[in-house]
Write a protein of this length. Structure first.
Length: 137
C-alpha cells in the first residue's frame, strides 16, 4: 500500500509551481493501493484555504476528499497509532504530527509514503519515504 502527505494533495490544485502540480497529479491518479490517512484528509481540508485566491474553495476540497475516500482505503486514528507515534518521537526526534503520520502508515501496512516534508529521511522502521520533488529543497 502507498500513502501521500498533505503537501502532495495541495500541489495538485496549486498553480504556483506547475512542475510540482504535474508530478503530484500524476502520482495521485496512478497510485496503486492508495491509502488516505485521516490526518492527511483533515490537514488538507484546513490547508486548502490558502488556495482560495486561485479559485479553489472548501466545497471543491471536500468533494476531492470524498472522491479519494471512494478510491482509496481510509486509515482512521487508533490507540496503537498513538502508542507507536510516541515511540517514534523518542527514537527519531520527529515532530509530533510527522510521527503520527508515520505511525499510521506503519500500523496500516503502508510500504511507501510520499512527502517532501520529512527532512531527507528515506526510511523509518521499514516505511519507505519518497520525496517526489527531490530537486526542491
Amino acid at each position: 500500500m502507498n500513502a501521500v502527505d498533505t503537501n502532495i494533495l495541495i500541489y495538485i490544485h496549486d498553480p504556483r509551481d506547475l512542475r510540482k502540480q504535474d508530478i503530484a497529479s500524476d502520482l495521485v491518479v496512478n497510485l496503486a493501493d492508495g491509502v488516505l490517512l485521516w490526518q492527511v484528509a483533515c490537514e488538507y481540508l484546513a490547508a486548502s484555504r490558502k488556495l482560495v485566491p486561485f479559485g479553489y474553495d472548501f466545497g471543491r476540497a471536500s468533494d476531492d476528499i470524498r472522491k479519494l475516500i471512494t478510491q482509496w482505503s481510509m486509515v482512521l486514528p487508533s490507540r496503537p497509532v498513538m502508542d507507536r507515534a510516541f515511540l517514534l518521537l523518542d527514537r527519531y526526534s520527529l515532530a509530533f504530527w510527522d510521527a503520527l503520520l508515520i505511525a499510521a502508515c506503519i500500523e496500516a501496512g503502508v510500504h511507501a509514503f510520499y512527502s517532501e516534508d520529512l527532512g531527507g529521511r528515506n526510511e523509518i522502521d521499514g516505511l519507505r519515504i519518497i520525496n517526489p520533488f527531490p530537486w526542491a529543497k
